[in-house]
Unconditional design. Structure first.
Length: 189
């Protein structure tokens, strides 16, 4: 009881602002419709000697996530990546965030956009919604200092845009581009 008293939502949000991150990643995904799987993660990082504090934070947040240690780097982190758990944690902490508030709001928007797409079921996500999610992922990555400039996600919407002005990309008539599935368009990471 006493140990959880000081782990208020305000404290946890401050910890996330200072020693945490809200990360959006894309993983190659073998799918006929979409080439990438979007993953949103919330990480709380600390020196390995404070792993017990991360476990206390995990307990306070409802037991969500996994506490991992990296002995080589003397780091420990609480990693939350289950969509429902990430959403619950962000909804709980976003009112108190200052530095990571924009990333958290964008991540919630991504999760909301992906909510109709259940794991291990045929995708019900539209191509337009998928492209919007990729755009939000790029926005999150742009706000994060280490990932923002590394790789660009180039989104080409075959329905609303014309032929991309990329000399390396094969040009086709607009009608054939409209019928082309998203997995074969110019979405790159």
């Amino acid at each position: 009881m006493g140990s959880q008293h000081y782990l208020s939502d305000e404290y946890l949000a401050g910890f996330l602002d200072g020693d945490g991150s809200v990360v959006a990643t894309l993983e190659r995904y073998r799918s006929r419709r979409f080439p990438y799987r979007v993953c949103i993660k919330v990480n709380f990082t600390q020196h390995a000697r404070h792993v017990d504090k991360l476990m206390l934070m995990q307990e306070t947040l409802g037991g969500y996530g996994v506490v991992r240690t990296n002995a080589r780097k003397n780091l420990a982190e609480l990693v939350i990546q289950n969509r429902g758990e990430v959403q619950a944690v962000l909804v709980r902490l976003v009112p108190f965030l200052l530095i990571k508030k924009d990333q958290a709001n964008l991540a919630l928007e991504v999760l909301e956009g992906m909510s109709s797409n259940e794991k291990h079921k045929p995708s019900t996500l539209s191509e337009r919604a998928y492209i919007r999610i990729l755009s939000l992922v790029q926005d999150i990555r742009g706000l994060n200092s280490l990932t923002g400039g590394k790789r660009e996600i180039r989104v080409f919407d075959p329905v609303t845009t014309g032929i991309p002005e990329n000399p390396g990309m094969k040009t086709e008539s607009l009608d054939s581009v409209r019928r082309k599935p998203l997995a074969r368009t110019g979405v790159k990471v």
